[in-house]
Ligand binder design. Sequence first.
Ligand SMILES: O=P(O)(O)OC[C@H]1O[C@](O)(CO)[C@@H](O)[C@@H]1O
Ligand SMILES: [Fe+2]
Length: 193
Amino acid sequence: MEQLEPILKPFSLYFSLNNGLSDTTPSLKRHLSKMKGMYADDQAYAAMTADGDPLLYEFYELGVPEQPGNLAFGTSIVYPGKVGSEYYMTKGHFHTILDTAEVYYCIGGKGYMLMENPEGDWTAEEFTPGKAVYVPGRYAHRSINIGNEPLITFYVFRSDAGHDYGSIETKGFRKIVVEQDGRPIIIDNPKWK
Ligand SMILES: O=P(O)(O)OC[C@H]1O[C@](O)(CO)[C@@H](O)[C@@H]1O
Ligand SMILES: [Fe+2]
């Protein structure tokens, strides 16, 4: 019988345990200007974007074909910093196939994985090196760096899951993480409708 050529050949890739970066593959980069309206403090946002456009985070999309049996994976690096008192974070998203899960493993830094589902349940799991966070299906997820070092995580999800930014870009998350008296606290998002 004729053997079908597998669509994807086995492969491996290097990600540094020090800075999370791959030396062979280009990353995708998100600068502050890509997050208009997503931070609570619009004045601080405007002042910071007028003064340059800092890199907030970068991550890898390896282009694994989007099929239910395949896995997308890579590192995500959120740099330390704040917009006003709100810590640097990823945009965050639901998966387009809503009930698909994702796993993140923290390699370096300190942060939170903020999650919420359409029913209003929310939680923030702590990221410290060595911790794995399970993001169940139906939960929007956003990585937040609350430390002074890059927050480096490794993620894996079903490659056809898709990214749905719609409701996060218009409504935001229910909660935000801000610095108060030198410590991170989780408060209601004043912009959440
Ligand atoms: O898509 P966002 O919310 O900007 O965040 C990017 C991160 O999320 C992922 O899509 C993984 O879910 C990665 O590509 C990256 O780590
Ligand atoms: Fe995701």
